[in-house]
Design a protein around this ligand. Structure first.
Ligand code: GLU
Length: 471
C-alpha cells in the first residue's frame, strides 16, 4: 500500500517552527517510503481563518522546499461531500440532531463541575429522533459508543487507550450548517487515503473521537504518530497566535532553508549524535521510532551555529545568489566592484546569517561616508593624520596586491613609527571601512581594491581636517 501523509494546518495564524516540524516529518516519512505528501488547508472555522495565514503556509512551505504532491485542498470547497456523509449518518442513526440550547448546556456543565464530574453532554437529544426541527436551531452530533474502549498504537508513544464513556457525543455540524474539524478531518483522511497521520500531541484527545467516526463509516483507520511539544527559549509552549514567529521572518533575518530544516529535524528526532543532516540524509535516515517523547526547546544559538555551517559549506554560487537578492532587497547597489562571489569566497566562514553578511558587505559598495559616531570619533583626530598619510603613500606604492603584502606593509609601518600594529589597524579600519569592527583589515583593504582604499583614506584625512578646523 502506498504511504500517504498529509500536512493539514488550520489557517488561523502564522506558520511557525512547530507547524514546519509537523510538515517536515510528514514530508520526510512520505519521501522515505516513496509515498505521497498532501497539503490540506483546514479552513472550516471561517471566522478565524485568515488569508494572510494561508499565504504564510504556502510561502513558507515553498521557501523551505517542502513540496506537496497533491493539493492544496481546502475544506471549505468540500462542504457538499461532508453534507452528504452527514445525511447518510443521520439516516443510519449514527448521528442525530440536537436542539439543546446554549443556556441549557451551560447549566448542565456548571452542575457537573459542581458535582465534581468531568463535564460532557448528557445526551438529552440522543434518542429523541427529531425528523423535523425546522423551528429550532440545531447542531448535529455523532452518536459515540457509550461503552467499550478505543485503543490505538501511537508510533511514538505506544498504545493509548480511551474509555468511550469519557467521550462526548461530538458536534459534527454547527448550527450555522458548517461541519466541524473533527468530522472533516476523518472524511478527508478517508477520501485522501491517508495511511499515516503525523501531528502534534495536542490532538491526542481528538484521535479516539476520530477513530470512532472512522469505525462508524466502516473505514480503515490510519496509523497515528503524535509529536511532543516545542517550547520557546523561556519554556512557554509556542502558539501560532501568541509567541510564534512567522517562518518567513527567518528568511528576512538571514537564515537558510537548509539550515532551518536541519535545525528543525533535530527538535524531537535524533540519529546518534549526528547534528548535520542534508535533505538527502534526512530522507534516508528519518524514522518515526527514534522520536523523543519529551518536549523540545528552541535554542537560537544552535540554529545560528547550524546556519553558519551552511553559509560556509553550501555551494559558493548558491550563497552568492541568496546574498545578491538579499542586498537587492536592502537597496544596496552591487554593480560597482568588487565581485560579490569573490567577497563571499573570502569571508563567508565568518558569518552566522546572510543578514550579518549583507550588513558587513555594505561598506564594499556604498559611497563611503565618515561614520562619525561615538565609537569612530576618537580615531578621527589630527594626531592620526600622519599615520594615515604614511599608509596612503605605502599603499599607493604597492605593485603586488594581496592581503599578506598589505599585512607586511602595516608591520613595517608599525616598526617605523613605533606605533602598535593593533592601533594602526584600528585607524585604518575607521578610515577605510568606517566602523570599529570588521574582519582582518589587511583582508578588507585587499578586497576593497587599491583605488578605493586610497580614495577613502584621502576622504578621511579631509574629514579630520574639517572636523578639527571647526573646533
Ligand atoms: N488543522 C489542525 C491544526 O492546525 C491539524 C489537524 C490534523 O493534523 O489532524 O492543528
Amino acid at each position: 500500500m502506498k504511504v500517504k501523509t498529509r500536512f493539514a494546518p488550520s489557517p488561523t495564524g502564522n506558520l511557525h517552527i512547530g507547524s514546519i516540524r509537523t510538515a517536515l516529518y510528514s514530508w520526510l516519512f512520505a519521501k522515505k517510503h516513496n509515498g505521497e505528501f498532501i497539503l490540506r488547508i483546514e479552513d472550516t472555522d471561517v471566522e478565524r481563518s485568515q488569508k494572510y495565514s494561508i499565504d504564510s503556509i504556502l510561502n513558507g512551505l515553498k521557501w523551505l522546499g517542502l513540496n506537496w504532491d497533491k493539493g492544496p485542498y481546502f475544506q471549505t470547497k468540500r462542504l457538499n461531500r461532508y453534507k452528504k456523509v452527514i445525511a447518510i449518518m443521520l439516516k443510519k442513526g449514527d448521528a442525530y440532531k440536537c436542539v439543546c440550547s446554549h443556556k441549557k448546556l451551560e447549566k448542565e456543565r456548571e452542575e457537573q463541575i459542581r458535582k465534581g464530574i468531568k463535564p460532557r453532554y448528557s445526551g438529552t437529544c440522543r434518542n429523541l429522533n427529531f425528523s423535523s426541527v425546522l423551528n429550532h436551531d440545531y447542531v448535529i452530533r455523532f452518536k459515540n459508543p457509550v461503552s467499550g474502549k478505543v485503543k490505538f498504537n501511537d508510533q511514538i508513544r505506544g498504545e493509548i487507550v480511551f474509555e468511550n464513556r469519557e467521550l462526548d457525543d461530538l458536534i459534527i455540524q454547527r448550527s450555522n450548517g458548517m461541519p466541524t474539524y473533527n468530522f472533516c478531518v476523518v472524511i478527508d483522511d478517508l477520501d485522501m487515503n491517508i495511511t499515516h497521520v503525523i501531528r502534534g500531541e495536542d490532538h491526542i484527545n481528538n484521535t479516539p473521537r476520530q477513530i470512532n467516526i472512522f469505525k462508524s463509516l466502516g473505514a480503515k483507520i490510519p496509523i497515528y504518530a503524535h509529536l511532543s511539544m516545542i517550547l520557546d527559549e523561556v519554556g512557554n509552549k509556542i502558539s501560532k497566535r501568541k509567541n510564534a514567529q512567522n517562518i518567513m521572518e527567518y528568511q528576512k533575518n538571514g537564515f537558510l532553508p537548509e539550515a532551518l530544516l536541519n535545525y528543525i529535524v533535530r527538535l524531537g528526532w535524533s540519529y546518534g549524535n549526528q547534528e548535520i543532516f542534508s535533505i538527502s540524509d534526512m530522507k534516508k535516515l528519518f524514522d518515526l521510532t527514534s522520536m523523543s517523547k519529551s518536549a523540545s526547546i528552541i535554542n537560537i544559538k544552535k540554529l545560528l551555529w547550524i546556519n553558519k555551517y551552511y553559509i560556509s559549506n553550501l555551494s559558493l554560487k548558491k550563497i552568492t545568489d541568496i546574498l545578491r537578492n538579499y542586498m537587492k532587497e536592502e537597496n544596496v547597489d552591487i554593480k560597482n566592484s568588487p565581485n560579490l562571489e569573490f567577497l563571499v569566497k573570502s569571508l563567508r566562514n565568518r558569518f552566522y546569517t546572510i543578514q550579518e553578511m549583507a550588513t558587513s558587505f555594505r561598506c564594499f559598495y556604498e559611497e563611503f561616508k565618515i561614520f562619525c559616531n561615538s565609537e569612530t570619533k576618537k580615531y578621527l583626530v589630527l594626531s592620526n593624520c600622519s599615520i594615515l598619510e604614511k599608509s596612503y603613500k605605502k599603499i599607493k606604492k604597492l605593485s603586488i596586491w594581496n592581503s599578506s603584502i598589505i599585512s607586511n606593509m602595516i608591520d613595517h609601518l608599525s616598526i617605523e613609527t613605533n606605533i602598535q600594529k593593533i592601533k594602526i589597524n584600528m585607524i585604518l579600519r575607521v578610515a577605510v571601512v568606517g566602523v570599529v569592527h570588521s574582519p582582518s583589515i589587511s583582508l578588507m583593504i585587499y578586497l576593497l581594491g587599491q583605488k578605493q582604499v586610497l580614495l577613502r583614506i584621502q576622504k578621511t584625512l579631509d574629514c579630520i581636517k574639517k572636523l578639527n578646523l571647526k573646533k
